[in-house]
Design a protein around this ligand. Structure first.
Ligand code: DGL
Length: 273
């Protein structure tokens, strides 16, 4: 592949702000790659929508990012990954990475007792995408899913610790504790921000799997295998697109990303469907 191929950006989409936890890890690991992030803030949340709707949104987001000449597509949203990864892979000629498989692989590596919990949005848990991915690696592992719909608004409000978060986490996670799991997959973009609370509720001896970290490692591996890593030696531009006005994204997003967001534009993706 030519030099231009190497310097093309990595495209990342999410239903909104949450995928910035994935972008953060990509930037940490691959600072010299340029990235284009699309947050579909006008249509968030995806986690309560039907598979058909999530599929349509995913295709529209993919078409928008494809128009930006990206070299690799990351579906940072767990809900979109669980519904549309296979269909999107078939529809484009560049590599596509979702967040489910990397998280599933890491969970199977981590479990000692073969009991894994998966937490995510309602649509992600209902799709059983994590269960299928985990079982395809090791059919003997038991997987227990739990939807935690209130975690997304909690994080968006910035309530990532304190009594209320601990109480809500305690309620959602008590069933998983009873199952004796030793590993829990944070199967939603927002949940890494609740790591501390989740770890406290689950107690010692339960390993937390952060799909964002695992996905960035997988991206690095794929770029190397294909020989398309950027050859630049200094940080490259990070562009942001949102489908609603950027104010809230900027305010909350910097928390998720851990750095300032510049170069942001509002766009319509519906026309790309
Ligand atoms: N990005 C979504 C996910 O990872 C969470 C927010 C939403 O429901 O859209 O599942």
């Amino acid at each position: 592949m030519g030099i231009n191929q190497k310097e093309r950006p990595i495209g990342v989409f999410d239903s909104g702000i949450g995928g910035l936890t994935v972008l953060k890890e990509i930037i940490r690991l691959l600072p010299c790659e340029s990235t284009i992030y699309l947050g579909d803030t006008a249509r968030v949340p995806y986690g309560i929508r039907s598979p058909e709707t999530v599929m349509r949104y995913s295709f529209e987001n993919t078409r928008f990012l494809s128009s930006k000449d990206i070299k690799l597509l990351v579906i940072a949203c767990n809900t979109a990954s669980s519904i549309s990864l296979d269909a999107i892979k078939e529809s484009v000629s560049i590599p596509v990475i979702g967040v489910i498989e990397p998280g599933a692989k890491a969970a199977v590596r981590a479990t000692m007792n073969g009991k894994i919990g998966v937490i995510g949005t309602e649509t992600t848990i209902r799709s059983s995408a994590y269960t299928k991915a985990i079982k395809s690696i090791d059919a003997g592992v038991e997987v227990f899913g739990q939807a935690c719909p209130m975690f997304v608004p909690l994080v968006e409000e910035g309530w990532i610790e304190g009594d209320i978060s601990t109480m809500i986490a305690g309620r959602y996670l008590e069933g998983l504790k009873d199952k004796g799991i030793d590993t829990i997959v944070l199967g939603c973009t927002h949940y890494p921000l609740l790591k501390r609370v989740i770890a406290e509720v689950m107690g010692k001896g339960v390993t937390l799997i952060d799909s964002a970290v695992e996905t960035s490692l997988e991206i690095k591996a794929i770029l190397s295998t294909l020989g398309v890593n950027s050859e630049k030696k200094s940080p490259r531009p990070k562009e942001f697109f949102v489908t609603d006005s950027p104010e809230r994204f900027l305010k909350v997003g910097e928390n998720f990303l851990g750095k300032k967001i510049e170069h942001i534009k509002k766009i319509e993706v519906g026309g790309y469907g």
